[in-house]
Design a protein around this ligand. Sequence first.
Ligand code: SF4
Length: 351
Amino acid sequence: MNATASIATRHDWSLAEVKALFEQPFNDLLFQAQTVHREHFDANRVQVSTLLSIKTGACPEDCKYCPQSGHYNTGLEKQKLLEVQKVLQAAADAKAIGSTRFCMGAAWKHPSAKDMPYVLEMVKGVKALGLETCMTLGKLDKEQTAALADAGLDYYNHNLDTSPEFYGNIITTRTYADRLETLAYVRDSGMKICSGGILGLGESLDDRANLLIQLANLPEHPESVPINMLVKVKGTPLAEEKDVDPFDFIRTLAVARIMMPKSHVRLSAGREAMNDQMQALAFFAGANSIFYGEKLLTTVNPQANKDMELFARLGIKPEEREEHADEVHQAAIEQALIEQKSSEQFYNAAV
Ligand code: SF4
């Protein structure tokens, strides 16, 4: 394939085509991904979201990578559904440090009738702060999906995790078909979809390709595609899994960018283990969204300041929400620019 060829938005990818993308020389793949990226996005903007765990641990599902599963003993501190007011305070804090989207995650199989009213209040409250809203609450039925959409939820996150072929090795308590059904309800309700997967579960190249095919061959591409790198947590069955080759991770981001050219590809869990150089390469491969803030559900996330410093060093700016592209990031950007100036001064003095 010509590395510079523009690729139309498609929904009919075959395994052979996707493997051919993966198997290109690394530089050709990255050049192609960056070319596609620039056709649809400002290459120097990255969208920033903050993620808050609103209910932690004791999940009845058995996802083998997850410290929140009640099936494994990881010593994780459980926490009941947070009070609405605490969630709204966390959202206000996230806005103050420059986030444009506030994601709320609950470790549930599905939301219960008892919890739904609180969840809907959280959506309305966060929305009223001028933030985009995203939730991940497990499987949804049609009524719950409609209620969330009515409350103003912008995005629903529901990851496919891996290929349909490998899925049974990782989760046995929820089917792949269940996941696709929830995604279809979300799409029908008019909400945007956030759906991606995890690398490092012991999956093959075909599994990575088939995961991306599942996402890209949906009738509409998910607006947001998180690509996670397994965070190995002691006590989970995947704690001793082999590390992902960093270049294979970057290749997966690049192939996702090419296959879903208009989606935000999110560099997600596992970012803490990546050095600045790898994150820079990830942005070059087409990743243009990160989680920002102190914690990513239950695992450590690089601190917000460190992220802003890296942005400043790379000349990247946080993407602004179209509706209020004014004051939201100003403080964060100004701070990052000050820090960039002082690091330039240090660099100039040192050479
Ligand atoms: S990944 Fe989600 S559904 Fe699976 S065990 Fe963890 S919290 Fe539960």
